[in-house]
Design a protein around this ligand. Structure first.
Ligand SMILES: O=C(O)c1cc(=O)[nH]c(=O)n1[C@@H]1O[C@H](COP(=O)(O)O)[C@@H](O)[C@H]1O
Length: 232
């Protein structure tokens, strides 16, 4: 593993077959980014894809967003840690007990895998959230779930960079903020609602930038990653 990496960029390997993902990984430098394996790629390829990326010296964020009863959530997190991934996530709305138990099971086994929780998906705006029955506002829900995540002892949350300033003030500098919905000014927003540029995200307190289509669908993904890193 490449523990010396200090790039904030995590490239999301979505919309790709196993071969295409590995071909892209071979174009990227593990010193310049980490890689995210999400539901699509993991469902297609299973643990083998994580192994193949580890063999290429990449640190992997396994983004399976576990959301289940406490025992099931905690055991799934443990199984992810056993794969040797750098970071894994759950949904904060699984609740305090599920998050606390997951963290405890990692500690009991001496795993230092980062465990983070998704607050409100960056594809949602206030109106979409209201339709799920949360009526006191998106910012309130993000803050509430971040505080619950911190109380459970997790390492940080996934949120929009638009909430980064507020959450750093609320949860402290050490509480990691992982922010998807990152777009350069001339990128397409696609299905993301709460977007931010890489530079603004870092300025406002994001620790890690999750970037998918902006890099993976570029004509030259490696050059686009370089461009993003230079913009920081
Ligand atoms: O947990 C995540 O990574 C995640 C949480 C969230 O709120 N929003 C979000 O977009 N993501 C993931 O981040 C990636 C963003 O991809 P792009 O929109 O293509 O940059 C996707 O793989 C999403 O699954």
């Amino acid at each position: 593993m490449n523990n010396a990496i200090n790039s904030p960029v995590i490239v999301a390997l979505d919309n790709m077959t196993k071969d295409a993902s590995l071909a892209l990984a071979d174009q990227l430098d593990p010193a310049l980014c980490r890689l995210k394996v999400g539901k699509e790629l993991y469902t297609r390829c299973g643990p083998e894809i994580v192994k193949a990326l580890h063999q290429r010296q990449f640190e992997v964020f396994l983004d399976l967003k576990f959301h289940d009863i406490p025992n099931t959530t905690a055991q799934a997190v443990l199984a992810a840690a056993e794969l040797g991934v750098w970071m894994v996530n759950v949904h904060a709305s699984a609740g305090l007990e599920a998050m606390s138990l997951a963290k405890q099971r990692l500690l009991d086994r001496d795993f230092d895998t980062l465990l983070i929780a998704v607050t409100v998906l960056t594809s949602m705006d206030n109106e979409a959230l209201m339709r799920t029955g949360i009526t006191d506002g998106l910012d309130a829900q993000v803050s509430r779930l971040a505080q619950l995540t911190k109380q459970a002892g997790l390492d940080g949350v996934v949120c929009s960079a638009q909430e980064a300033k507020t959450l750093k003030a609320l949860c402290g500098q050490d509480f990691k903020l992982i922010t998807p919905g990152i777009r350069l000014l001339d990128d397409n927003a696609d299905d993301q609602k709460r977007i931010c540029t890489p530079k603004q995200a870092l300025n406002d307190g994001s620790d890690y930038l999750v970037i998918g289509r902006s890099i993976t669908q570029a004509a030259d993904p490696s050059a686009k990653l370089q461009l993003i890193l230079q913009s920081l």
